[in-house]
Write a protein that binds this ligand. Structure first.
Ligand SMILES: Nc1ncnc2c1ncn2[C@@H]1O[C@H](COP(=O)(O)OP(=O)(O)OP(=O)(O)O)[C@@H](O)[C@H]1O
Length: 497
């Protein structure tokens, strides 16, 4: 029961000697040894830290948890020939290495993901046939959009018992009928466009990576295929990426509606918020949307990924009121330097922060992946690349809260004024000629406005100067969780308006 360095007073001694627990940190720690087997072990180590004495070997190793026990025995074996000072030096060094490897963006977790989880995912996907999608598995519906490297279509999975006729003549797409239940989104990668295939490969890589690291933040990725023949829809050799259909409309679509944000109220909260005035309802809906956006950004930033194209058109709203990030074609993984090309700014100018790039322009091209990964915590600490997305999130907040900024022209005017005021939002407020309606942001002593000023700003000489996603979620704006309460209440309510 006892360890070698300390006398071991029995529990009753401690009880009958009122002085003992208070006489010294050592004796109080000593008394803790009786609380549990685990405590006995860890406390013995700790009290020696107070004493600067020997590392102790508990007499009864059976009584400490297996993991600790084997670690302890290993440690003793390795450090057998070292002096006490060297042993402590060794421990401190190991602690620092641990802190470094687990600091953002997570070298250790990244290595586990790259060398263990990714091959495992590949193996499992191959087993269940997810990596062997083919052209005939899908029907293509309407065109939804077109970006620089791909054209996006709605579509559906062809059920096993259904035979689909190929569209003839000019009818390039099919109307999706009742037979096709499982809706999907397909992105056709442009053939013959410089860099298109490379961008598509990156987008695929990011989708697989996020499906392991933070699946709830983005649209579910189903995989890719290469067309095996040419017809009205397909070009032989052309690549297609496929996602689960997550929702009819993006946040941009909802914001175009004059009824915004009330058109999202039932989606977000399951019902119309009764007994709350319209200004407060507006504020609650916007807060819930912002909370979801910033929570997702925190999760992807924790894995070292910066999205670089955060905007309402890239946020899909699901039927259950979840906001999902899409379009990772411009994303970069700064843990290993994936899709990071110095001097390449890719973002929509309306949402782009003044620094234009995630890293300072003088940052060199990344070294080979393992070395880049080892250096990434330093790079991340020095440059905080995640703050790039936080600026865009700030613009989304302003657009939702200030109706005149929701139109393309209104946003452009705002951006040129802000630039003239050197990205100082308070100056813009004071001197803007357009007298913006800031009612929503000024509620609760201006918490929303305060958050906006801390997201929309220059980076400053230390390259901080803006709130990270984690810090933003701790901002007083989010601390009053009325929106969260409404979400929780909606889960208990069965009435839907
Ligand atoms: N998983 C999804 N579920 C529902 N809708 C989606 C999904 N993915 C994309 N969309 C819809 O398709 C549109 C285009 O998608 P996406 O932004 O990925 O394409 P893009 O070619 O990169 O377009 P752009 O460059 O113009 O943003 C989105 O605005 C959205 O409306």
């Amino acid at each position: 029961m006892a360890c070698q360095c300390l006398p071991s007073p029995s529990a009753s001694t401690l009880k009958h000697n009122p002085k003992l627990p208070y006489t010294s940190p050592l004796s109080s720690l000593n008394s803790l040894r009786f609380l549990s087997n685990t405590n006995r072990f860890t406390t013995s180590l700790t009290c020696n830290a107070f004493l600067g004495g020997d590392i102790i070997i508990p007499e009864n190793l059976e009584e400490i948890p297996v993991l600790f026990r084997s670690g302890f025995v290993q440690f003793e074996r390795i450090t057998e020939d070292l002096s006490d000072t060297q042993k402590w030096g060794f421990l401190v060094f190991a602690g620092l290495i641990w802190i470094y490897l687990t600091a953002r963006p997570g070298v250790l977790v990244g290595a586990i993901d790259a060398y263990l989880l990714a091959p495992l995912q590949l193996g499992l996907d191959s087993l269940i046939g997810r990596r062997s999608l083919k052209r005939t598995d899908f029907v293509i519906g309407d065109k939804l959009g077109e970006g620089s490297f791909g054209v996006v279509y709605s579509g559906a999975v062809v059920p096993k018992n259904v035979v689909v006729e190929e569209p003839r003549g000019k009818a390039k797409t099919k109307k999706l009928d009742q037979r096709f239940k499982q809706k999907v989104i397909l992105k056709k990668v442009k053939v013959g466009v410089l860099g298109a295939e490379e961008c598509a490969d990156y987008e695929e890589w990011f989708n697989y990576r996020l499906s392991r690291a933070a699946p709830e933040t983005c649209a579910e990725f189903l995989g890719s295929f290469v067309a095996d023949k040419t017809n009205t829809q397909f070009t032989k050799g052309g690549k297609w990426l496929v996602w689960k259909f997550e929702g009819d409309r993006s946040l941009a679509d909802y914001m175009k509606d004059r009824n915004f944000p009330f058109n999202l109220e039932s989606v977000m909260f399951g019902q119309v918020l009764r007994g709350v005035d319209s200004v407060k309802r507006t504020a609650l809906i916007i807060k819930q949307i912002m909370r979801q956006i910033i929570t997702s950004l925190k999760k992807i930033h924790d894995t070292g990924i910066v999205h670089r194209d955060v905007k309402p058109a890239n946020l899909v709203v699901t039927k259950r009121g979840q906001i999902k990030l899409i379009d990772f074609g411009a994303a970069t993984d700064l843990r290993i330097g994936k899709n990071y090309v110095p001097n390449r700014g890719l973002l929509d100018p309306d949402y782009c922060p003044p620094e234009l790039y995630v890293m300072p322009e003088e940052t060199p091209s990344p070294p080979p992946e393992p070395i880049a990964a080892l250096l990434s915590p330093i790079l991340w600490q020095l440059n905080s690349p995640d703050l790039f997305d936080m600026y865009s999130a700030g613009i989304v907040l302003l657009q939702m809260a200030i109706p005149t900024l929701r139109s393309a022209a209104g946003l452009k005017n705002f951006n040129s004024e802000l630039k003239a005021f050197k990205y100082d939002l308070n100056k813009w407020r004071e001197f803007s000629r357009r007298l913006p309606d800031l009612t929503i942001l000024d509620l609760d002593s201006g918490r929303g406005w305060d958050l906006a000023t801390k997201l929309i700003s220059e980076r400053g000489s230390l390259r901080r100067g803006r709130l990270s996603a984690g810090a933003a979620l701790r901002h007083p704006y989010f601390l009053l969780g009325g929106d969260q309460a409404a979400v929780v209440l909606s889960k208990f309510s069965f009435t839907r308006d």
